[in-house]
Ligand binder design. Structure first.
Ligand SMILES: NC(=O)c1ccc[n+]([C@@H]2O[C@H](COP(=O)([O-])OP(=O)(O)OC[C@H]3O[C@@H](n4cnc5c(N)ncnc54)[C@H](OP(=O)(O)O)[C@@H]3O)[C@@H](O)[C@H]2O)c1
Length: 352
């Protein structure tokens, strides 16, 4: 039986779901793969807990319950990142990044260089930062399936196309569930401001909805796909259409929510222009000819971008061999449990 040590950076919704799924898959992994995944460290924003021999499943359950209740982990043996050095536990760790910041980057760059172990990240920021970060992490031992559309096999499909010497000429996609929901509301003639407030009330947006409306999260996903195609782009070279003007950046969240109705007329006009002739409104990523953009677009209702359910994600690859009928990967593109399952798949793939 092979034992693989894991260090979990982040123990929020995805990180905790991953720990539960590792425990639930123990028998399957032993039977099918002769593999035991051993969690030897867990870090959150307060610090890290370490167990060189691995935490028992009972202890993982206690940590999960404490964090779910808003409590800290029971004890902290080491500082939080960036002061934390996970490699005190050995060189052959897989670092699993389910944080949402850049503090993990130095550790990820080092882990990707190791001969064994490596990096699995659901966190997009290390891959959407400077190109030196991208090069160090993605040229090493690393998997990042869940950075574009959760566990949907987008990255693995693109890797398969690239490895088979096909030529990917265009990637289009709808990669933000929140913006897809708002696009569907606009398409249905709903006033923009009311749709934004309702999406926030239903938990579809961040507490500050401008974090979604700004388009940067969708842009990071598009940038990761573009970089996989070999485009040497940075975030400031991605053309982003935000769904609110920069002049509203200075407002408090409450003031923004009170004033967002001022955008109703302009957004309705833009939606009407893009959906003329029965086209579907999408917040679409487009990667082609060295350029990468995200913004509102009208999609042919019979196209793979137009056909999806409004809140699903889709990525469409047009290639040399798939030119008139492109490859599409679509389905549920968000959710902590499904994302954790994609992270688990990446960990197993790195162990193979
Ligand atoms: N949820 C999804 O559908 C989805 C889909 C694809 C990708 N992702 C990505 O997966 C990641 C995790 O998402 P989530 O929903 O699990 O978020 P979350 O619930 O907010 O969890 C984030 C975790 O990271 C920890 N953290 C933040 N900064 C840290 C630092 N400097 N050092 C150590 N730990 C740190 C937090 O610590 P505390 O517990 O102390 O706050 C928390 O445990 C994000 O990057 C997200 O973009 C999520």
């Amino acid at each position: 039986m092979k034992t693989q040590a894991l260090f979990l950076l982040g123990f929020g919704g995805v990180g905790r779901a991953l720990a539960r799924q590792i425990v639930a898959a123990r028998d399957l992994h032993a039977r099918r793969l002769g593999l035991r995944l051993n969690i030897v460290g867990i870090a959150d924003t307060r610090g890290a807990v370490l167990a060189a021999e691995g935490f028992s499943d009972a202890t993982l359950h206690v940590f999960d319950a404490r964090k779910a209740a808003g409590l800290p982990l029971e004890r902290y043996d080491a500082p939080a990142l960036p002061a934390l050095d996970p490699f005190t536990l050995g060189d052959d760790l897989i670092l699993v990044d389910t944080t949402a910041g850049e503090a993990t980057v130095p550790a990820l760059r080092r882990a990707a260089r190791q001969a064994r172990g490596g990096v699995v990240t659901a966190n997009k920021l290390p891959l959407a930062g400077p190109l030196a970060w991208w090069d160090d992490i993605t040229n090493g031992r690393a998997r990042w399936e869940t950075t574009c559309g959760s566990a949907l096999p987008v990255i693995s499909t693109l890797n398969t196309l690239l490895n088979s010497n096909d030529t990917v000429t265009r990637i289009e996609g709808s990669l933000s569930g929140t913006l897809a929901y708002l696009s569907a509301q606009l398409e249905a003639g709903r006033p923009f401001g009311a749709a934004v407030r309702e999406a926030r009330a239903r938990g579809f947006t961040e507490p500050d909805p401008r974090q979604d409306l700004g388009g940067r999260d969708a842009a990071r996903k598009a940038l990761i796909l573009a970089r996989m195609l070999g485009y040497r782009l940075t975030m400031d070279e991605v053309a982003i259409e935000p769904l609110y003007p920069a002049s509203m950046d200075a407002l408090s969240v409450d003031a923004f929510l009170a004033e967002v109705d001022a955008l109703d007329a302009s957004m309705a006009a833009r939606a009407a222009a893009l959906t003329a002739g029965g086209r579907k409104l999408r917040y679409a990523a487009k990667i082609e000819n060295g350029r990468c953009s995200v913004g509102l677009a009208g999609a042919d209702p019979d196209s793979k971008l137009g056909l999806i359910r409004a809140t699903d994600s889709v990525v469409v690859f047009t290639t040399r061999y798939f030119s008139d009928n492109p490859v599409a990967v679509s389905g549920r593109g968000a959710g902590q449990e499904v994302t954790a399952s994609g992270v688990l798949g990446d960990i197993v793939s790195l162990c193979a």
